[in-house]
Design a protein around this ligand. Structure first.
Ligand SMILES: NC(=O)c1ccc[n+]([C@@H]2O[C@H](COP(=O)([O-])OP(=O)(O)OC[C@H]3O[C@@H](n4cnc5c(N)ncnc54)[C@H](OP(=O)(O)O)[C@@H]3O)[C@@H](O)[C@H]2O)c1
Length: 252
């Protein structure tokens, strides 16, 4: 995945080398990692927070259930994130929904409903973008830091052979574009930052209960382990990308 932004390829390589060295040195020094998990009440969010803690990180959890953090309300996002102090090494956005307000994902064009589609965009695309807008000040400029939003492989346009799930797919595709666009801008002020969209695999959570079908699933704990190691392996050169739980780039 090519890196963009000012400064040319030389600057990119230097920034990447510095970021890698910093990551190694922080780990070697046993420096405490600070992580923020937005959507820590969800299946994957909860597992991410627990796993991060088990690995020794200091974890801040935010969720709609516990804190009233509704991502569709910018005033709330701004107020709750505004109350945090900066210096996060990892920010995870693990919010999202496939079925919203009782409306199941569409099986055909005739099921398209403008209000349901707008709700999909508000939560799955605009919500994480608002988190990044208000969380950027929490990300250090002078050392490695990462912001990962959980997307979904079904948001890939290039990989879409089945159709259906119009609103969810389109909202995740929009999320991918928003994160890619933001990553270009973030690289200018935070040269060691990684901003990515990750696909967690098909995970046994409330979201998939009715929809996993015959797909093989993994537990949230296993998914969290995969996601954390994928993010640990990414540097500024991969910022703006869309990766699966194995760290493989997914076509847009
Ligand atoms: N599970 C899978 O197989 C799978 C596959 C591909 C992608 N993903 C993506 O992974 C992410 C997490 O999914 P999951 O499986 O962990 O789902 P989940 O268990 O249903 O959790 C969903 C989370 O989203 C939060 N949420 C929903 N609406 C919200 C709102 N308006 N404002 C703030 N938070 C809101 C929930 O908060 P409250 O419970 O506090 O209301 C909960 O924390 C989603 O983006 C999903 O699209 C999951």
């Amino acid at each position: 995945m090519g890196r963009r932004g000012g400064g040319g390829p030389g600057r990119v390589l230097i920034a990447e080398a510095i970021a890698l060295a910093e990551r190694r040195s922080r780990r070697a020094k046993g420096a405490e990692v600070r992580a923020l998990v937005v959507g820590a009440s969800g299946g994957i969010g909860q597992a991410l927070a627990l796993r991060l803690e088990a690995d020794g990180a200091q974890v801040t959890r935010l969720s709609r259930r516990a804190d009233g953090l509704d991502l569709t309300d910018e005033a709330i996002v701004s107020r709750l994130l505004g109350g945090l102090e900066g210096g996060y090494d990892r920010i995870w956005v693990a919010t999202g929904a496939l079925e919203l307000n009782g409306v199941p994902p569409e099986k055909a064009l005739r099921a398209l409903d403008p209000a349901a589609m707008a709700a999909q965009f508000a939560l799955n695309a605009i919500g994480p973008a608002l988190v990044l807008k208000h969380a950027l000040r929490l990300m250090p400029r002078d050392r490695p830091t990462a912001f990962a939003a959980l997307s979904a492989r079904v948001g890939s346009i290039g990989d879409n052979r089945l159709g259906g799930w119009h609103g969810y797919r389109a909202a995740k595709a929009a999320l991918n574009q928003l994160m890619h666009t933001a990553a270009i801008e973030v690289a200018r002020s935070h040269p060691q930052a990684v901003v990515v969209c990750l696909h967690p695999g098909t995970v046994e959570t409330a979201l998939t209960r009715k929809y996993a079908g015959g797909h093989p699933t993994v537990t949230p704990e296993a998914a969290a382990g995969h996601l954390l190691s994928v993010l640990d392996g990414l540097g500024p050169a991969e910022s703006g990308g869309f990766f699966d739980w194995q760290g493989k780039a997914i076509p847009w």
